[in-house]
Design a binder for this molecule. Structure first.
Ligand code: ADP
Ligand code: MG
Length: 166
């Protein structure tokens, strides 16, 4: 597969399904199939990689060195994401939701986010219980972290992907 895949956009409101209440907030990105033609041809499921965020001026975790409003200042974090179909559009339009593997003290709606998608974890699944869903997502986070810790997928060894993130 032609990894890594790249996509970017501004974080938008999601479906309000309460991911945050489950302890697994997902930052939703608009999917523009003209900019990301590959997205229609990959399987629905869970992927891992890196997210780069330009936290908005005034965000408590925006790097101190970047004067606000100032120039863009991107911070890179590991991430796990789901690519699926958006039920609001009769399941014909792709959705992309990113759980950043970092503890944030404030939301970052509207922040510009870039993604470097390095690998596939598993296909989409239907769940009978919320507990089963949460268990699987927590396991996905562990798979993402241990995969990204392998030499070839460390942030500094992803080739031109490192430039993309900064
Ligand atoms: P929505 O339905 O609007 O996507 P969520 O409950 O999924 O709501 O929460 C997502 C929002 O939470 C993100 O847009 C972001 O601003 C914030 N957030 C805080 N921490 C994280 C995180 N670790 N990963 C992703 N989003 C986070
Ligand atoms: Mg969400």
């Amino acid at each position: 597969a032609p990894y890594p895949y790249k996509m970017e956009g501004k974080v938008i409101s999601g479906f309000g399904r309460g991911s945050k209440e489950l302890g697994i907030p997902t930052a939703n990105l608009p999917v523009d199939s003209a900019l990301t033609p590959w997205i229609s041809s990959i399987p629905s499921g869970v992927y891992f990689g890196y997210a780069s965020l330009n936290l908005p001026a005034g965000h408590p975790q925006r790097p101190a060195s970047s004067s606000s409003p100032g120039p863009a200042s991107f911070s890179v974090y590991p991430m796990v994401m789901s690519i699926g179909y958006n039920p609001f559009y009769k399941n014909t339009v792709r959705s992309a939701e990113v759980h950043v593997l970092h503890g944030f003290t404030a939301d970052f709606y509207d922040a510009h986010m870039r993604l470097l998608i390095l690998g596939f974890i598993r296909e989409e699944k239907d769940y009978k219980s919320l507990e089963a869903l949460i268990d699987d997502i927590n396991f996905d986070c562990e798979v993402a972290k241990s995969s990204l810790a392998r030499q070839a997928w460390k942030a500094e060894s992803v080739g031109d992907g490192a430039e993309w993130l900064l």
